[in-house]
Design a protein around this ligand. Structure first.
Ligand code: COA
Ligand code: ZN
Length: 308
């Protein structure tokens, strides 16, 4: 991939929606995804195949997959916590499946009710299965910088878990700052280590904006060669299993920053403004990252000029 092009992996329909108190029905989840596709997003985490008791917001993801707008250029991924989820996801047509391996004992326990070693071996088995089935397995390394229960995460732990996932056949490692605690210096340290060990093209970064440092963290990772970033429309998000986490870095903030720097994302910012508004309407709560008001004003002014 050219140095001036980045993949934006939109996670609003899963990471974003799962933390909302309002549960969208399948038509509403589809409307959200359609708006994102219309804005040019070509990599979308559409949902998860998890226990509907654990995450009611993601119930019905199998039916959702059957109804997704199919475009040649668009890749949909699904999060799976176990073999059952993997099988449901594959049966629903998902060709990209993600697992979440948290770096600490407690976080894995809270999230999927298994300890660290057991989660690592379940995730490794799923990555092997995906590789054998010709699917793409992606491995999230969650709480990679800090855990809300166990504090700072040692770099060595993340490197060890990353190696386990790569050896098992993971096509991509997504390094997740699940609670938005990382600063750019920590990002430099961890991402440099992982990029040296596994190559920057294998790495995606997932930042939350809890402390307002997500864009700075994106830039730190970009400077180290990372060309794949998770973000969510309007900054939607949080994590029901990690207290204190707020939204993901907003897609419009990342796209605006990168496009201003001359880095291509394939996303149409004006259409993205429409997608942010559409999602806010669906959730009945206004959304928007740091740049949203400015972006919206720009769209409104352009409309006025067009009518003048
Ligand atoms: N999809 C749908 N249902 C599932 C499932 C899956 N992948 N895996 C298990 N279940 C069901 C079981 O059938 C069981 O249902 P029942 O109570 O009606 O019998 C129930 O979920 C509990 O299953 P069990 O195997 O006892 O697991 P558990 O209670 O230890 O929960 C998980 C483990 C992984 C299923 C659950 O914690 C989970 O879904 N977590 C996902 C959390 C998440 O999405 N986190 C976001 C990532 S950041
Ligand atoms: Zn997240």
């Amino acid at each position: 991939m050219a140095a001036d092009r980045v993949v934006i992996n939109e996670v609003g329909p899963r990471d974003g929606l799962q933390s909302q108190s309002r549960t969208l029905d399948l038509d509403q989840r589809l409307a959200m995804i359609e708006a994102l596709v219309a804005a040019g997003l070509a990599s979308i985490e559409a949902g998860s195949f998890v226990s509907p008791k654990a995450v009611p917001q993601m119930a019905g993801t199998g039916e959702l997959f059957a109804r997704l707008p199919q475009r040649e250029r668009v890749r949909y991924s699904a999060l799976v916590p176990n073999a059952r989820g993997y099988e449901l996801a594959r049966a629903a047509g998902a060709n990209t499946v993600s697992v979440v391996l948290s770096a600490t004992e407690t976080m894995n326990r809270r999230n999927i009710n298994m300890g660290l070693d057991e989660t690592a071996s379940v995730c490794a088995a799923l990555m092997q299965r995906a590789a054998a089935d010709g699917a793409d397995g992606w491995a999230y390394l969650a709480v990679a910088y800090e855990c809300p229960f166990e504090g700072p995460t040692p770099v060595e732990t993340v490197e060890r878990l990353a190696a386990t996932m790569i050896e098992a056949g993971a096509r991509k490692l997504i390094v997740a700052d699940t609670i938005g605690a990382a600063n750019p210096a920590q990002v430099r340290t961890l991402i440099r280590r992982l990029a040296d060990a596994f190559g920057a093209p294998r790495i995606g970064c997932h930042f939350h904006d809890t402390r307002g440092m997500a864009l700075a963290n994106v830039l730190a990772a970009l400077d180290l060669g990372v060309r794949d970033f998770d973000s969510s429309v309007g900054g939607l998000g949080g994590c029901p299993f990690s207290p204190g986490a707020s939204g993901n870095v907003a897609t419009e903030d990342v796209v605006l920053m990168l496009e201003s720097m001359g880095v291509e994302t394939g996303v149409d910012l004006d259409a993205l403004v429409g997608a942010v508004e559409r999602c806010g309407d669906l959730l009945q709560s206004p959304l928007g990252g740091h740049s949203f008001r400015w972006l919206r004003r720009r769209v409104e002014q352009a409309r006025k000029h067009a009518h003048a």
